[in-house]
Structure formats: structure tokens, C-alpha cells
Design a protein around this ligand. Structure first.
Ligand code: PBG
Length: 328
């Protein structure tokens, strides 16, 4: 073998930790992590979620404590979900000023609104007795335009409670435009919109259904995207941008990195990704069996999502990872 072979030696830059640190292309920052949080009406203590070890349904008291932990960890924000005691066909709890999500939002805005971006899930599924993201027509189908009226009222209730960023996760046509117009008319021009633009009908939402005690029978395939469709994801992103979304989201994250990369390449607004409950549960479960290195798997999953193009990531590990970054 001649001394000069091979001429190209890519391993030089991997030879030692200092080299690897210096040549690293993607870095996680605590400020780009958002923590989803569940708040349960009537709860007197935190209630564990079996399929999401380490994640709980908060009481209003434990919510406060966790909000301050989140702020101290330096993450970017929190996304609040409500778990109401009573559900009905219209999802009345979503728009009531004393509904659990609106009450929790007021608390979050007051406690940490200056340090974190306080965000709220704008969708009816936690509040409807049938579990769908919208209201139903007489034939039992999800009625797009009747749902938009509910979303408009929900947006106003959330803005009044102090939400700074509304997470439009219902996948109704026209939802971003309708909510933007309603907020502007009511003087909430500063409230921003996060459009779950490309949200797929995914099996990876399974543990979330336990987390919010969903009453859904059937599935959401008439409104969420078919997992097979990449072009359609790009179309939904473009529609939400045109309707006035301030940020667009791809969800889930790990099985949709191509959709995420497409959005990152074309979107004029920030692109976020949601590492959903099933993605969390899979890593926790495998780690609990000793089958993977838990911390490395978590960090690798997140760096992969950011490498694919996410500007920020919703993840149930937000505080843990932020604290790890701070120690590194
Ligand atoms: C709908 C909503 C869902 C999730 C976030 N918002 C559930 C669904 O669409 O079925 C899932 C989040 C997760 O799985 O972590 N309000």
C-alpha cells in the first residue's frame, strides 16, 4: 500500500472530543425547547400518566411549581393542555372563562409570562364527549365550519386568559385565517399563531389519549393527514403561511423528518416540530428494559429533529434536556 492512500481521511476531524466539539454542525439550545403540560381540573396532587413515565397531570399547585422549574431551566416556553371534569358535545369547557385550560393559562401568564412564552392548545378534543377535534353534524361527521366558530370563541377566551401563542392543532380548513381575523378584531393583535400545519393521523399519539383521558371512538383520518403523504404536508404548510400563521409545525417529529426538512427549506416563518407522546413512550420503555442508553437516545432524537430543520421542538423532556445542556 502506498503511503498516501487513502488521500481523503474524514476521520481526522473525529479523532478527539475537542475535534468533535469544534466540527459539530448542530447544537441544541435550551431556548428552543417547549414543554407540553397537562392540567387536570379538580386534581389535588399530580397524577402520573402510566404510558408516559415521568409525565403527570398537574393540579394547579403542582403546575405552578413546574412552571418555575421550566423558567429556571431556561427553556423557551410551555404548551398547556386542559383535562376537564365534564365534557359535552360542543366542548363548552374550552370557551368558559373558568374552564380548566383558561384558568391554568391565567396562572401561567401571571407566574412566568415574562420568562417563558405561554402557549395553549387550541382544539376541542379534550373538551368534547365524543373526543373529536371539532363539533359534529347530524350525520356524526366533523363539521368544519361550525367548528371554526368554536375555535374563534376559544381563541378569544385563550387570549383573554393571557396566552401568547395559540396552538391550532385541530386540522380544520381555514382555522388559521378565522382565528387571526377574530383576534385582530378584538384587539389581540399581539397574540401569535402556531399552526399545526402538517399534522398526521398518527399511532404515536396513543399515550396522549391517556394523558387527556380522551373519549374518542374511531380515528381522526377525515381531518389529519395520511402518513403516506409528503406533498400534502407541504401544501398544508403553504396554506397556513398564507392564512397568517406566525409559526408552522410538523407533527409527529421522528417519522416525518422529510416533511420537516421540506418545510424548513421553503417556509418564510419558523418551523417547529412536536416530538409526541408515543415517541417519548418508546424511548422511555426501551430504556426501562435496559435496551438503550436513555440519555443518549433522548439527545440523539432531539438533535436529529433539529438537524432536519426544526427551529424549536415541543418535547416532554424539555426541562431534563435543558438542565443537561447547562451542565455540559
Ligand atoms: C389535539 C392534540 C393531540 C396531540 C396534541 N394535540 C392529539 C390528537 O391529535 O389526537 C398529541 C400530542 C402527543 O401525542 O404528544 N388536541
Amino acid at each position: 500500500m502506498t503511503a498516501s492512500f487513502p488521500a481523503v481521511r474524514a476521520r481526522r476531524l473525529r479523532a478527539a472530543p475537542a475535534w468533535r466539539r469544534l466540527t459539530r454542525e448542530t447544537r441544541l439550545d435550551a431556548g428552543q425547547l417547549v414543554l407540553p403540560m397537562f392540567v387536570r381540573e379538580g386534581a389535588e396532587a399530580a397524577i402520573p400518566i402510566g404510558s408516559m413515565p415521568g409525565v403527570v397531570q398537574h393540579s394547579l399547585e403542582t403546575l405552578k411549581a413546574e412552571l418555575h422549574r421550566a423558567a429556571a431551566a431556561g427553556i423557551g416556553g410551555v404548551m398547556l393542555f386542559g383535562v376537564p371534569e365534564h365534557k359535552d358535545a360542543a366542548g363548552s369547557g374550552a370557551t368558559a372563562a373558568d374552564g380548566i385550560l383558561n384558568v391554568a393559562t391565567e396562572i401561567a401568564a401571571a407566574e412566568v409570562g415574562g420568562d417563558l412564552v405561554v402557549q395553549t392548545d387550541l382544539c376541542l378534543d379534550e373538551f368534547t364527549d365524543h373526543g373529536h377535534c371539532g363539533v359534529l353534524d347530524e350525520a356524526g361527521r366533523v363539521d368544519n365550519d361550525a367548528t371554526l366558530e368554536r375555535y374563534r370563541d376559544m381563541a378569544l377566551a385563550q387570549a383573554a386568559s393571557g396566552s401568547q401563542l395559540l396552538g391550532l392543532s385541530g386540522m380544520m380548513d381555514g382555522q388559521t385565517a378565522v382565528v387571526r381575523a377574530a383576534l385582530d378584531d378584538a384587539g389581540y393583535g399581539d397574540v401569535a399563531l402556531l399552526a399545526y400545519a402538517a399534522k398526521y393521523a398518527s399511532a404515536f399519539y396513543g399515550p396522549f389519549r391517556e394523558a387527556v383521558q380522551s373519549s374518542l371512538q374511531g380515528d381522526r383520518r377525515t381531518y389529519q393527514l395520511d402518513p403516506a403523504n409528503r406533498r400534502e404536508g407541504a401544501r398544508e404548510v403553504a396554506l397556513d403561511v398564507a392564512e397568517g400563521a406566525d409559526i408552522v409545525m410538523v407533527k409527529p417529529a421522528m417519522s416525518y423528518l422529510d416533511v420537516l426538512a421540506d418545510a424548513a427549506a421553503t417556509s418564510p416563518v419558523p418551523v417547529w416540530a412536536y416530538q409526541v407522546s408515543g415517541e417519548y413512550a418508546m424511548i422511555e420503555a426501551a430504556a426501562a428494559h435496559g435496551w438503550i442508553d436513555r440519555e443518549r437516545a433522548i439527545d440523539e432524537s432531539l438533535v436529529g429533529i433539529v438537524r432536519a430543520g426544526a427551529d424549536a421542538v415541543l418535547t416532554y423532556w424539555a426541562i431534563e434536556v435543558a438542565e443537561r445542556i447547562a451542565r455540559a
